[in-house]
Design a protein around this ligand. Structure first.
Ligand SMILES: Nc1nc2c(c(=O)[nH]1)N[C@H]1C(S)=C(S)[C@@H](COP(=O)(O)OP(=O)(O)OC[C@H]3O[C@@H](n4cnc5c(N)ncnc54)[C@H](O)[C@@H]3O)O[C@H]1N2
Ligand code: MOO
Length: 411
């Protein structure tokens, strides 16, 4: 059987980062910057006050005290946004607001709280250091320097710095468009009546949500029945929308394993067994012209979920222009044993990870769920992590330390 690592590197071969497009800042949220951004301006662009108060020559108020305040005439009143070119000399001051440009000649700002707040004349009660409450031009960003590296995801802070340096649009890699298609004759849309032997379809909802959580656009097609011609026809119609297609179901050994049957004929999709539990039967390749990458996940819901997080997430990261990292890993002490794990296959057990302050010192602790079946969605919904049991390990005792993958969206 194929190793997990080998399968990750094989599926990653399917894709390249998407070609950049120019997007308005509002729409760029959640996309990934395609190249570094250099500022054409300094920030702040001009010396300005960080407080409401009075711009002074610091030496003028060096002797100021509550008992012996220094009184100065106020020769200007400068608000934020004031375009005027003001200047002061020793022996005078200007009232100034936060963000307003410093008048030429001033060396510090006295906060209004240290004065009597006068309008024509002001009494200053305390001395200030040179530079007090002054934000210098360029102390945040120097003109010509890089403010963001290519490859960063545009979130709140990134949007702020881009706007602050005056950028309206940026080159980004767009959100990948991912088509999700389930297969199976037993499937019924949730909300519809259900008959004998039927189940409500859940994989396409799960995967569409996981795709959205991964910063991509999801097209949930729902499901098609177990008929190769229908599967191929449906896929053909969906390809125009897709940077990646994900299917679930129909990849194992069954008599009606429709995805395998339909796609194996094309010769561009490989079906293999990966040495893991759950998620053993996997397929990947390309379909259509131009070739669109496709990853076919097993139908068991927990198997599809685990496979998505191990194999599809790195592919989506690469499409977005990010390093195709695996899920973040921590080592954690087991709070309960793992009685058995299949030899030769790596188990990914649903588990709850918590930060623990036990007598042995603080660290992570992990509790494997009791229901580990590939169909047991309730345990999956309670889990925030996947506990990894290596191929050569068949059981773990309480207190053993193991590797744990943190699922996205967990604190
Ligand atoms: N003889 C063998 N049987 C099976 C093997 C094997 O090696 N030999 N592998 C097992 C493993 S492991 C898995 S995983 C499954 C994978 O099967 P398929 O990918 O072919 O999936 P299906 O047979 O279509 O469905 C499996 C299971 O999941 C339910 N399912 C499918 N799609 C959905 C959906 N969209 N929403 C909710 N539930 C879904 C389906 O009803 C089945 O119960 O094969 C094992 N068998
Ligand atoms: O490997 Mo399957 O994916 O056990 O359920």
């Amino acid at each position: 059987m194929k190793s997990v690592e080998r399968h990750v590197s094989d599926v990653l071969e399917l894709v390249e980062p998407l070609a950049p497009i120019e997007l308005d800042l509002v729409r760029a949220h959640g996309t990934v910057l395609a190249e570094s951004v250099t500022s054409t301006v300094s920030l702040p662009a001009f010396d300005n006050s960080s407080m409401d108060g009075y711009a002074v020559v610091a030496q003028d108020v060096a002797a100021a005290s509550p008992d012996l305040p220094v009184e100065l005439p106020v020769v200007a009143d400068i608000a934020a946004g004031d375009p005027g070119a003001y200047a002061i000399r020793s022996g005078m001051c200007a009232r100034i607001m936060t963000g307003a440009p410093m008048p030429a000649g001033a060396t510090a700002v006295v906060p209004v709280e240290w004065t009597d707040g006068g309008v024509a004349r002001v009494a200053v009660h305390r001395p200030v250091r040179t530079g007090n409450a002054v934000r210098r031009a360029g102390e945040d960003v120097e003109k010509g320097t890089r403010v963001l590296r290519g490859g960063v995801r545009i979130g709140a802070a990134e949007a702020a710095v881009l706007a602050a340096v005056g950028r309206k649009a940026v080159p980004v890699r767009p959100r990948p468009r991912v088509v999700v298609l389930s297969t199976g004759a037993e499937l019924v849309e949730p909300g519809e009546p259900i008959g004998p032997g039927q189940i409500w379809e859940s994989n396409s909802y799960m995967l569409a949500a996981a795709v959205l959580d991964a910063g991509c656009v999801a097209y949930r097609h729902g499901f098609v029945a177990d008929d190769p011609a229908t599967v191929l026809g449906t896929l053909d119609d969906l390809l125009v929308r897709a940077d990646l297609v994900i299917t679930t179901g129909g990849v194992s050994m069954g008599a009606y394993d429709v995805v395998k049957e339909a796609l194996a004929r094309l010769g561009t999709v490989r079906f293999e067994k990966v040495a893991m539990q759950p998620g053993m039967p996997q397929g990947f390749g390309t379909i259509g012209d131009p070739a669109t990458p496709i990853i076919t996940l097993p139908g068991n819901p927990v198997s599809a979920f685990v496979s998505f997080h191990l194999f599809v997430l790195p592919v989506l990261r690469r499409l977005r222009g990010m390093p195709p990292e695996p899920l973040p890993t921590v080592r954690a002490r087991l709070l309960a044993p793992v009685p058995s794990s299949p030899p030769g296959r790596r188990s990914f057990l649903r588990a709850t990870l918590e930060y623990d302050r036990s007598a042995d010192g603080p660290g992570y602790a992990v509790r494997p769920a009791t229901r580990q079946g590939s169909h047991q969605l309730s345990a999956l919904a309670e889990a925030n992590a996947l506990l990894v049991v290596p191929e050569e390990v068949t059981e773990l005792a309480e207190g053993d330390v193991a590797e744990v993958l943190r699922l996205p969206g967990t604190p």
